[in-house]
Unconditional design. Structure first.
Length: 278
């Protein structure tokens, strides 16, 4: 597992630095990301401040996850041999608790190492997306956000589930993967609307699918991922306010946000209860 850990560390750090550097460039260049977004505001364009706020939170989470990858090592990688045997009671207790903890740590490391290449792919895709976005080549940027969104969603479905006793590394992997996948959904519909030059309001069919798929997506996923979908639809709803000719589209997105929030809250009740009983 040593080579896998080293590869994961190199991939995560290098891809993070590339994406972060490109994003900073996109903020200070002329035109910058917001300039292009303001000039190409279509039916699924969110409010730019929601993207900036989410990016800031993502950076913190990703740095915490990467730090965890560097700070620790997989279980059984290094073992300390004690010359003094433990007492019988301590030995019996450790024989039960320690293997359970090691299994959880091992599962957490396997999940993190399996996700690391997908994380790196996502960073490189988003860096490439910005390159084409700034040049208003929205078809090429759509190809990259599609690759990223599909890869992140597949990775999220493959993650072992969280439990109240999951190690911190596993919790951080879930947070990083699900936030990446969730914002990927927003990138996909936003860039797609721009590439198609799709003005608000959308057709009746597209509106119906939007009002349905966000709550259904929240209902069929974890509360964490559902909350990111909720953030997405709120971002689009706010972004569509005041758009000429949008009609009731923004307010209906607001109602969709309310329904999605209820679904997320209902899904979160048993999870919160489980953690409180721990």
């Amino acid at each position: 597992m040593g080579n896998e850990v080293s590869s994961a560390r190199v991939l995560t750090v290098s891809s993070f630095l590339v994406n972060f550097g490109v994003q900073v460039y996109g903020m200070v260049s002329t035109p910058n990301m917001k300039d292009v977004a303001d000039a190409n505001h279509f039916a699924f364009s969110p409010h730019p401040m929601f993207i900036a706020a989410f990016f800031s939170g993502q950076v913190v989470l990703q740095l915490a996850w990467i730090r965890k990858l560097f700070k620790g090592d997989p279980p059984n990688g290094y073992q300390t041999i004690s010359g003094k045997p433990p007492s019988r009671g301590v030995g019996q207790e450790q024989s039960i608790v320690q293997p359970l903890n090691e299994k959880q740590e091992e599962r957490a490391w396997k999940a993190a190492l399996a996700y690391a290449p997908v994380y790196a792919l996502g960073n490189f895709c988003i860096a490439g997306w910005l390159f084409f976005w700034l040049r208003e080549n929205f078809v090429a940027s759509q190809v990259l956000v599609t690759i990223n969104t599909v890869a992140q969603l597949v990775a999220v479905t493959a993650l072992p589930p969280l439990t109240p006793s999951s190690p911190l590394l596993h919790r951080l992997t879930h947070l990083v993967a699900k936030t990446f996948a969730g914002i990927g959904v927003l990138d996909f519909i936003d860039n797609g609307g721009v590439a198609l030059r799709y003005l608000a309001p959308p057709s009746t069919l597209v509106q119906a699918l939007t009002y349905t798929l966000f709550p259904v997506g929240a209902a069929t996923s974890s509360p964490l991922f559902g909350s990111i979908l909720l953030y997405d639809v709120i971002a689009v709803a706010v972004g569509q306010m005041g758009v000429a000719g949008a009609g009731p589209w923004p307010s209906r997105l607001g109602w969709t946000s309310a329904v999605t929030a209820c679904v997320v809250g209902f899904k979160a009740i048993p999870v919160v209860t489980q953690y409180l009983r721990r």
